[in-house]
Write a protein that binds this ligand. Structure first.
Ligand code: UDP
Length: 484
């Protein structure tokens, strides 16, 4: 193979927009900056097909080919965890993946699969092409997954009952209360799925990770050099981040968002933005405490509120609620909207997060620490109040607060205990008012710059992607020699 210009790589994404978007972003990067021909094979439910069509219309540099997911309702029940459901859906879709690849006009030269598609490894083996996996979050969570096979064998009993942290060689220890959801119950199928996912990662030719050298220097070094770790995890690591979606361009005539206009009138770095990702919800009691903490802090805020997950007195959705106008939902304290109308903007359900975080008036983000939200925050100079809820978010929160020093975090785990208004008030003031907040902000600013440098030409993540392309070419040569 001569130049990389004609290399054709297929990217396989698992169902759900939250999984497809990071793969599209990776595909865009490979096509635009590294001149690869990219085909995204998206395992999709019918509902997602519409979005795919619209993405395809905008002169995208990548081809998107939907792979219809098969109905797995007979294989799951109401107790099946999302993690397990995803793995089952992908497993059942493998014949479709195989036939879709066979039907492509140009056979791919390499395959990159996302976190929930690692079971597609045999397809790449059959085709005799190089294969890589993409872990869309931190190197630390990837390392836990891959090294976990050791703990699975050496530790008995439930992991959540342990008092000792899990010690991964060369990495920050993982405290029992911060462990990823699949480890909560060893007897649940998602535990086994997680262990297998970690083992599968180690069998690829390389693992791409959405992180960069300056964010996780210790973990990345351990993956490259720590002999004890490398005894189990030999897969080459490619830190290629921070990759995130860009701001969607608004249609002409749409006008500027009301929230952004409100932000325009606030001082620089003075507003706290609060949101819990695409699906995060709080209890009614926690929602009320959060409102009180915010109000008592007397700081400015934009809050994406959702009806409480435990019902609460009024769990109906009123999308019209905005900045003090409209009727207050019952789950907010009596008079909250009226009392905070000059300093706060409350929006129900959803906001244009990237545009908000990009706004210079925003000075803090109370976040569930989903990885996309985290990157959107850090790459916009916004320090974090870490409020993890599910998946790997508690590990993200621990890393951001204790290892990287760009976040503050409540003393209790929000999913275990109610975070009280006094603590919320104190965290908000720390971030927006106190010296401690300034030190955190300085670290975020350094990190943002390091992320930009990493992605620019000759930066570490840019180089890492070049290494990946070189590795693909080298392996293609070897594999074609094996075949002929
Ligand atoms: N998001 C948004 N508006 C909202 C909530 C979320 O635009 O009100 C976007 C956010 O910018 C991010 C994604 O949804 O890109 C959420 O991803 P993340 O990994 O943070 O969390 P998840 O939803 O997977 O828990």
């Amino acid at each position: 193979m001569g130049s990389s210009h004609h290399l054709h790589v297929a990217l396989l994404s698992s169902p759900g927009m939250g999984h497809l978007i990071p793969v599209l972003v990776l595909g865009d990067r490979l096509a635009t900056h590294h001149h690869l021909k990219v085909t995204v094979l998206a395992i999709t439910t019918p509902a997602e097909t519409q979005f795919l069509k619209s993405h395809q219309k905008s002169n995208s540099p990548i081809d998107i080919v939907p792979v219809p997911a098969v109905d797995v309702s007979g294989l799951i029940d109401e107790k099946t965890q999302v993690f397990t459901q995803l793995r089952i859906t992908v497993r059942e879709a493998l014949p479709q993946v195989r036939s879709t690849i066979a039907g492509l006009a140009h056979r791919p030269d390499a395959l990159i699969v996302d976190i929930f598609c690692t079971q597609a490894l045999p397809i790449a083996e059959e085709l005799g092409i190089p294969r890589y996996a993409y872990h869309p979050t931190t190197a630390w969570t990837a390392t836990l997954a891959m090294y976990f096979q050791v703990f699975d064998k050496s530790i008995t009993g439930q992991f959540v009952d342990r008092l000792e942290p899990l010690r991964i060689p060369g990495c920050m220890p993982v405290r029992p209360e911060d462990m990823v959801d699949p480890l909560m119950d060893r007897d649940d199928q998602q535990y086994r799925e997680y262990v297998n996912l970690g083992i599968e990662y180690t069998q690829f030719d390389g693992l791409l990770v959405n992180t960069w050298e300056e964010l996780e220097p210790n973990t990345i070094k351990a993956l490259r050099e720590n002999e004890e770790l490398r005894g189990v995890v030999k897969v080459p690591i490619y830190p290629i981040g921070p990759l995130k979606r860009s701001v969607e361009s608004k249609n002409e005539g749409d006008g500027r968002d009301e929230i952004l206009e409100w932000l325009d009138r606030q001082p620089a770095e003075s507003v706290l933005y609060l949101s819990f990702g695409s699906g995060g919800m709080l209890t009614a009691e926690q929602t009320a405490e959060l409102a009180w903490g915010l109000e008592n802090s007397q700081q400015r805020f934009v809050w994406v509120v959702r009806p409480p997950c435990d019902g609460g007195p009024d769990s109906s959705i009123n999308p019209k609620l905005e900045g003090g106008g409209g009727a207050a939902p019952d789950y907010l304290p009596e008079g909250f909207l009226a009392r905070t109308k000059d300093v706060g903007f409350v929006v129900q359900m959803w906001a244009n997060q990237i545009e908000i975080l990009t706004h210079p008036s925003v000075g803090g983000f109370l976040s569930h620490c989903g990885w996309n939200s985290t990157l959107e925050s850090l790459t916009n100079n916004v320090p974090i109040i870490a409020w993890p809820l599910y998946a790997e978010q508690k590990m993200n929160a621990a890393m951001l607060a204790e290892e990287v020093g760009v976040a503050v975090r409540p003393a209790v785990t929000p999913t275990e205990k109610v975070v009280r208004r006094q603590e919320i008030e104190a965290m908000v003031r720390t971030l927006l008012q106190h010296k401690e907040g300034e030190a955190i902000r300085e670290r975020v600013k350094k990190l943002k710059v390091s992320g930009e440098i990493a992605l620019s030409k000759a930066g570490s993540s840019y180089n890492s992607m070049c290494e990946l392309v070189k590795d693909m070419e080298a392996r293609m040569l070897t594999k074609s020699r094996e075949i002929y």
